[in-house]
Design a protein around this ligand. Structure first.
Ligand code: AMP
Ligand code: MG
Length: 397
């Protein structure tokens, strides 16, 4: 039996074929989760003027300690009426423009007010409580580089730096198709041999979480004509994700019909457990994933292959899933020929993340898998990994 493709090799073959999609203009307000196609540059200095960090009094540090007359009151959004002269103070609010001539702000709690004067007991250092113009970023400098997904903080930064529009890769259009005569929609009564169609909604949620626009095609029976019609439609998307029908049974039609429709298969079979019979191919620029029907196999396939492809299509510079390091809470048997993605729950123990493997590791057990918050990567090999051993894990969303 030829050796199966490794997971790393499969991911490389997928990413090689996932060219970033064309960019489009997106308003900053809509940009959370979108991937920047080019670096976003600050439009202004931030802060745009020397601004006060406190409610207090703008002074010259050299005039402290001492008693100073308050000659003006500066509200946020209104510049000082004139420069501050030696021996003067001006009341100022947080975010107010520190006037010319002032070089420090004394918080209101540190002064004693006497009529229209303030008394300052201690010497104040130059620059205290003054936020210099451009101290956060200078106009023209990079606020966010290309190839990152705009985070919540970045959205704030982009707006603060005066950006209104960004260039982002367009969202990939992803068609999701479930195959199998046994599948019924949730809500319908189950006849003999039937089960609820659960992979479609699960995969649709996973690809939507990755920023894709999802088209859910109606599930098809294990019938060649039904497959042909649905797959033809799905192949018009940027990415087609099917589930079921990629094994070796007589009713597994997906690969055969896709081949008739001009899909070039890149690989079929990867050394992972669960999810081995996964297929990947291309037709033109469309990426075509055939995930196995067992629900946990589909879950592993979408996390390890489909989501990375969607990130690469959106131009993310690091499209591969990010594994962290934790320690096993119990020993785990290894599989000789396949890397296993075991379902586990994390627990924090002091400085360590402990991974507790869950009972019910079979590929049909989606309810058991749903109790997991991570997939633990158990590298293929002989024997077992001992409790306490360091392993890598992938957080599930
Ligand atoms: P297949 O890959 O088509 O051989 O299916 C493998 C197993 O997964 C079978 O037990 C199917 O009934 C089940 N299965 C296939 N598709 C789905 C689906 N969309 N939702 C839930 N289970 C499925
Ligand atoms: Mg099937």
């Amino acid at each position: 039996m030829p050796e199966l493709l490794s997971l790393q090799e499969a991911q490389r073959l997928v990413l090689e074929r996932a060219e970033p999609l064309a960019a489009e203009v997106v308003s900053v307000a809509e940009a959370a989760g979108r991937v920047l196609a080019e670096a976003a540059l600050a439009q202004v200095d931030l802060p745009p003027f020397p601004s006060s960090a406190m409610d207090g009094y703008a002074v010259r540090a050299a005039d402290t300690p001492g008693r100073l007359p308050v000659v003006a009151r500066i509200a946020a959004g209104r510049p000082a009426p004139r420069a501050l002269a030696a021996g003067e103070a001006m009341e100022i609010s947080t975010g107010g423009v520190v006037p010319e001539g002032a070089d420090a702000v004394i918080p209101v709690e540190y002064v004693v007010q006497r009529d229209n004067d303030i008394e300052i007991g201690d010497a104040v250092a130059v620059s205290v409580n003054v936020r210099p113009r451009g101290g956060d970023v200078r106009a023209g400098a990079v606020v966010c580089p290309a190839g990152v997904r705009v985070s919540v903080a970045q959205l704030g930064a982009l707006a603060a730096a005066g950006l209104t529009e960004l260039r982002c890769a367009r969202r990939p259009r992803v068609a999701v198709l479930a195959t199998g005569t046994e599948l019924r929609q949730p809500g319908e009564p189950l006849g003999p041999g039937e089960i609820y169609e659960s992979n479609g909604p699960m995969l649709a949620a996973a690809v939507a979480a990755e920023g894709a626009e999802v088209e859910r095609l109606p599930p098809v029976e294990d019938d060649a004509d039904a497959h042909r019609a649905a797959l033809e439609r799905g192949l018009e998307a940027d990415v087609l994700v099917t589930t079921g029908g990629v094994s070796v049974g007589p009713h597994d039609l997906v690969r055969t019909i896709e081949s008739e429709l001009g899909v070039d298969e890149v690989f079929w079979g990867v050394a992972v457990k669960p999810g081995k019979p996964v297929a990947f191919g291309v037709r033109g620029r469309t990426l075509v994933f055939g995930l196995p029907g067992n629900p946990v196999s589909s879950l592993v396939g979408v996390e390890l292959l489909v989501r990375p492809a969607l990130r690469a299509l959106q131009g993310l510079t690091e499209p591969l899933p990010r594994f962290d390091v934790g320690v096993l809470g119990a020993s785990m048997r290894r599989t000789p020929t396949r890397d296993e993605l075991a379902r586990a729950r994390t627990r924090i123990d002091g400085e360590r993340v402990v991974l507790e493997p869950l009972p019910g590791q079979e590929s049909h057990m989606i309810v058991r898998a749903a109790a997991a918050d991570v997939l633990v990567l158990v590298p293929r090999g002989k024997g077992e990994l001992a409790a306490g051993e360091a392993v890598r894990y992938l957080r599930l969303s």
